[in-house]
Design a protein around this ligand. Structure first.
Ligand code: ATP
Length: 478
């Protein structure tokens, strides 16, 4: 497993991800995707959309705006309760999330084999998160366990305070409280408030789902882990509306499908697991996360939440508009229950980069390679003429043009072929096609496999079909 710095520097060096506004010293926890990153992200986004919207005849998509009526966030509970417990190290002035400090402490105890103590602290964390006054309960755990600051090593903490994560701005010319709006902290509410419009126009009947991909904004307290925790990020969410009482089978089925999606993206099974929530939101009746073993430990990538009728009922109450559904079969009227699947696109990208990265010894040298699923890789193929003469570039360009009808392709005629292979390995291009002297004689090319590094000679007319076939049969190395 690479460390996070390796992934950060590869991302920058090869143009996957850059710090935002880097020339001005950067903007903390905000990132830009470069030429390779944008392709990776588009491919993953597309796979999610296909898996959710195209593969289910009862799921439709929407694209809601980032700015919404401010009452949405009062109804949803975000104005009052979308906050994290923060604590400051007085020695270093560094800020931390109190719950995460305790989680870090638990992980260290487990590493040292002190499982009994780790279990006891875990129980106290759960209790604290569910306490009437979580701030003081979390503070007490930090004090009792003498948890030190991870950066300075000091044990000199402030009290724990709650900090609301929503970004505020103003709509129109007057910056007063009347004009206050928020940048959405999640995409889900756009789905809830449009649920009747979508249901009626798309003629959907319960059970049905609404899917959305879009930006969300959170003023995170601690954001030091690259694109794992950003202040501006992208979510892919689906809300599935069911009859009350039928939420658990839907929750189970969606949990299974969502885990399978990550596996289908080529993520190694041994690096994925389920994690039950320590604290259920007061409105949820079940919730669990898909976790991945990142370089910094097991962390959430996706949440599956059974949210009951909380959101729709609250919007019904705050808007005065009916959020009920009339079931033509049972002739009943009810506010549907909701099962949500919510995955961060950027976190998924980080997981894919970490999971695909390998360093391998080849002929005494280290090759670094990204073993992406071929359908996710930024470039599906690279085409090289062995030399820049004897008609080879012309043939190579013909193959390139044909492949471009279907795939994103890289053409390279500079440097030795060995170096060109290594460059493509480093950015995860699964297939390299080389045109050489024999090609001009017998219309065959070599095609090299990124993972096995094996080369085969195939007919130059057959390249597209070969790639399609290999892509369909690809499985990750364990
Ligand atoms: P965490 O506990 O890590 O803050 P969360 O439980 O608040 O996450 P949700 O509100 O359930 O996260 O959001 C759903 C998904 O959105 C997460 O699983 C994650 O992939 C993604 N996500 C949430 N916050 C961020 C962020 N700050 N940066 C990047 N992705 C995020």
């Amino acid at each position: 497993m690479p460390d996070l710095d390796t992934i950060v520097s590869l991302s920058k060096r090869r143009g996957f991800i850059f710090q935002s506004s880097e020339v001005y010293g950067g903007l903390s926890a905000v990132y830009d995707y470069g030429p390779l990153g944008v392709e990776l992200k588009r491919n993953v986004r597309e796979r999610w959309w296909r898996a959710m919207v195209y593969r289910h005849d009862n799921i439709e998509g929407i694209d809601a705006a980032i700015l919404m009526h401010p009452t949405v966030w009062k109804a949803s509970g975000h104005v009052d309760a979308f906050s994290d417990p923060l604590i400051d190290d007085k020695a270093s002035k560094m800020r931390y999330r109190a719950d995460q400090l305790i989680e870090g402490h638990i992980a260290r105890l487990r590493k040292k084999g002190k499982d009994e103590q780790a279990d006891a602290v875990y129980d106290r964390l759960v209790e604290a998160l569910n306490a009437d006054n979580p701030s003081s309960a979390l503070h007490a755990v930090i004090m009792d366990e003498e948890i030190r600051s991870p950066d300075s090593g000091a044990f000199d903490w402030t009290d724990v305070r709650q900090f609301n994560l929503m970004f505020e701005t103003h709509i129109g010319p007057a910056a007063d409280s009347e004009s206050k709006v928020y940048l959405r902290p999640e995409t889900a509410q756009g789905i809830f408030v449009q649920y009747q419009n979508v249901r009626e126009t798309a003629r959907l009947q319960v059970p049905f789902g609404i899917a959305q991909i879009g930006k969300a904004f959170r003023n995170e307290i601690v954001a030091r882990q690259f694109v794992f925790r950003m202040r501006e990020f992208e979510q892919m969410e689906m809300q599935y509306f069911v009859k009350p009482g039928e939420q658990m089978p839907a929750y189970e089925a969606w949990s299974e499908k969502r885990m399978q999606w990550h596996l289908d993206n080529g993520i190694r099974e041994s690096k994925l697991r389920w994690h039950e929530h320590e604290k259920l939101a007061h409105y949820a009746d079940a919730a669990q996360d898909v976790q991945y073993e990142f370089p910094m430990g097991w962390q959430e990538v996706e949440g599956i939440h059974s949210r009951t009728d909380y959101d729709l009922s609250r919007h019904q109450e705050y808007s005065g508009k009916k959020m009920e559904y009339f079931d033509p079969q049972s002739q009943e009227r009810f506010v549907p229950y909701v099962v949500e699947t919510s995955v961060g696109l950027d976190r998924t990208i980080l997981m894919i980069l970490c999971d695909a990265y390998r360093e391998e010894e080849v002929d005494g040298a280290t090759r670094s390679v990204l073993k992406f699923h071929p359908e996710i890789a930024p470039y599906t193929a690279a085409v090289f003429p062995l030399v820049k003469k004897e008609g080879m570039p012309e043939v190579a360009h013909r193959i390139e043009d044909d492949l471009r009808k279907q795939f994103n392709v890289f053409y390279d005629e500079k440097g030795s072929v060995g170096k060109r292979y290594r460059r493509q390995d480093e950015i995860g291009t699964p297939f390299c096609i080389t045109v050489d002297g024999d090609t001009l004689e017998d219309q065959t090319v070599t095609i090299r496999d990124r993972d096995s590094m094996e080369q085969e000679r195939i007919s130059s007319d057959n390249v597209r079909r070969y790639i399609e076939d290999r892509t369909g049969r690809w499985t990750p190395e364990t």
